[in-house]
Ligand binder design. Structure first.
Ligand code: ATP
Ligand code: MG
Length: 130
């Protein structure tokens, strides 16, 4: 499966090629996540950053990785146009596929619009596979 730290290097290149400033917070080397969880996280991060490049018109994208023994959390935030509410659940597209993969590992996806503008995706997955 794809390692999160390797995917982060790829999305950094993708964002910088699109002239979007890349900011990273947290340790990208996952210590507690099983391979399936890490793989789903990596795929979700890739889709989130592809969306930032394709749709957001942002100038900055910030990735925040947090981990505990119990769960792994990744937030992807941009300062772009923001995501229309009705689009956050569109079927047959990237976000819907992300939700389905996350459900499979008992994870959650929250899409929100921060007060300052832009879009924030928050992903949380337990490190224990049921
Ligand atoms: P696909 O992922 O299948 O290539 P898509 O990117 O259009 O297609 P989704 O990833 O599901 O589909 O996203 C749904 C819609 O939400 C997008 O078409 C876009 O309008 C909006 N969107 C997604 N991410 C962002 C973002 N970071 N900023 C602004 N709009 C966004
Ligand atoms: Mg997409």
């Amino acid at each position: 499966g794809a390692k999160l730290e390797e995917e982060i290097i790829r999305v950094q290149q993708l964002l910088e090629a699109a002239q979007i400033e890349f900011q990273l917070e947290g340790d990208t080397h996952l210590k507690h996540a099983p391979p399936l969880v890490e793989n789903v996280m990596s795929m979700s991060l890739k889709e989130a950053c592809t969306n930032v490049v394709k749709h957001s018109q942002a100038t900055v994208c910030r990735i925040h990785v947090q981990q505990s023994k119990e769960k792994t959390m990744v937030a992807v935030e941009d300062n772009g146009t923001g995501i229309a509410k009705e689009k956050a659940g569109t079927h047959g597209h990237g976000l819907q596929g992300m939700r389905e993969r996350l459900e499979f590992v008992n994870g959650i996806l929250e899409v929100s619009s921060p007060a300052g503008g832009g879009t924030r995706l928050y992903i949380e997955v337990p490190n224990i596979i049921q």
